[in-house]
Design a protein around this ligand. Structure first.
Ligand code: IFM
Length: 447
């Protein structure tokens, strides 16, 4: 490795990311209301082996221990999300003091340990009571979400500077309201376009609310992204790749940047007309202080007559004889560089951070040690691509590993392990992996 942390300059934020539903457990404790994920994962047949996040890493009870491990590793930035239904059990209405107390304790412990908290307001766990009213497909979600944001910022804003509004809106609207493979399990284009438009409005509105309440807040939102390459140089495959790029990479960032939905490059998006109201185009835009990109892989796309609406298909990595992670995603480090360059073209946002990056590989725990060389190599190569982008002039200011601990990987259950720290889900024993020790050594101030 021919670079060090210092190659990124002194103000670069190195950290780790998690999400409430994936780690907290305590799904029905201390007044918490159910979320869509509580309901979905406890419904037969929805997740790998019927697994759920009821206990998960039990972070709700073990946060102090986990944060002490984080501190011991020298990690100075922690991105985590707030569970909406722990704070407001019905999604709207009464606030749950015990939920507020929990996050107060997490934030205070972080600060005592010299760890800067970075809050994601929404990482997919909508209160179930709101889903009963249509969830993200109901335009009222904008008011419900605005109220939630106000409650969070009024309680935690004095101690938390860094805020992210949404985590990967394409994933929770696409997988949750179009494909039905994530909570709440709805399907169809009508649901998708309604959910996506309301999420895009909330993304901007959330930013406006945080800014109006915190004059010195550092405000952003996050996007999933993958570089999209055509299967062949043919015109048809190139056009197909462009359409998939619109869907996977441009759909949410462009309205935020004031460019509107990229309808010209994907006619299917004309269906937004069914839900867009007068004046929405302005409301979709907001000049975030930063955007967070979350890049794991790339996609290879070919044109396809068999896939109506988008006329394109993704050629799975396992059919291409390339190295993959446990998720079946191609290991392709350059995608990080390509995405940082691509997203830096949106001039409205001052900074870009990598708010998630990591890999699931099978881990073997032997004599208290996990020699996860592949994860360490994966991270090293990705970080090198971040440096390459920085040296090409991209104002990338941070990098967060997904994830701090192994956790509940949504519909995939506990099989894929992304953590720098291994979790034995039977005993709740934590074991720092070799990759965790490596990352610690890399980011330490005295390294
Ligand atoms: O676990 C997820 C996370 O919740 C959102 N981004 C991708 C991760 C890995 O799939």
């Amino acid at each position: 490795m021919n670079f060090t942390k210092d190659s990124f300059g002194p103000n670069f934020s190195w950290g780790v990311s998690t999400a409430a539903y994936q780690i907290e457990g305590a799904w029905n404790e201390d007044g918490k209301g159910p979320s869509v994920w509580d309901v979905f994962s406890n419904t037969k047949g929805k997740t790998h082996k019927g697994q759920n996040g009821n206990i998960s890493c039990d972070f709700y009870h073990r946060y102090e221990h986990d944060l002490s491990i984080m501190q011991g590793l020298g990690i100075r930035n922690y991105r985590f999300s707030l569970s909406w239904s722990r704070i407001i059990p019905n999604g709207i209405g009464e606030v749950n003091t015990k939920g507020i107390d929990f996050y107060n304790r997490v934030i205070d412990t972080c600060l005592n340990y010299g760890i800067e908290p970075w809050i994601t307001l929404y990482h997919w766990d909508l209160p179930h009571e709101l889903e009963k009213k249509g969830g993200w497909t109901n335009r009222e979600v904008i008011d419900w979400f605005a109220n939630f944001v106000q409650v969070c910022v009024s309680h935690f804003g004095g101690r938390v500077k860094h805020w992210m509004v949404l985590n990967e809106p394409l994933v929770f609207t696409g997988a949750g309201y179009f494909l039905g493979i994530h909570a709440p399990g709805k399907k169809g284009l009508k649901n998708f376009f309604a959910a996506a438009h309301h999420a895009a409005l909330c993304q901007a509105e959330g930013g406006r609310i945080v800014r109006s309440m915190l004059s010195d807040g550092h405000i952003g939102t996050t996007f999933s992204c993958s570089s999209i390459h055509p299967f062949s140089p043919s015109k048809n495959d190139e056009m197909a790749a462009k359409r998939v790029d619109v869907l996977l990479n441009r759909l949410f960032v462009e309205p935020l940047a004031g460019l509107g939905y990229p309808v010209h490059d994907l006619k299917l998006l004309q269906r937004f007309e069914e839900v867009v109201k007068d004046g929405d185009e302005q409301k979709l835009a907001f000049d975030m202080d930063f955007i967070g990109i979350q890049n794991y892989t790339r996609e290879i796309v070919a044109s396809s007559r068999l896939t109506p609406l988008i006329w394109a298909k993704v050629i799975e990595a396992n059919k291409r004889k390339v190295e993959t992670t446990e998720m079946g995603w191609e290991v392709y480090p350059e995608s990080m560089y390509e995405m940082l360059l691509k997203f830096s073209k949106y001039k409205n946002f001052k900074e870009i951070l990598v708010t998630e990056n990591g890999a699931a590989f099978p881990d073997i725990l032997e004599n208290g040690v996990i020699r996860d060389v592949k994860r360490k190599d994966f991270l090293t190569q990705k970080i090198q691509q971040v440096l390459r982008a920085k040296q090409s002039g991209v104002n990338v200011t941070g990098y967060f590993v997904w994830s701090f601990t192994d956790n509940f990987e949504w519909a995939e259950g506990y099989r894929p392990r992304f953590g720098l720290v291994h979790v034995d889900f039977e005993t709740q024993q934590r074991t720092i992996k070799d990759s965790g020790r490596w990352f610690s050594g890399f980011i330490r101030d005295d390294s």
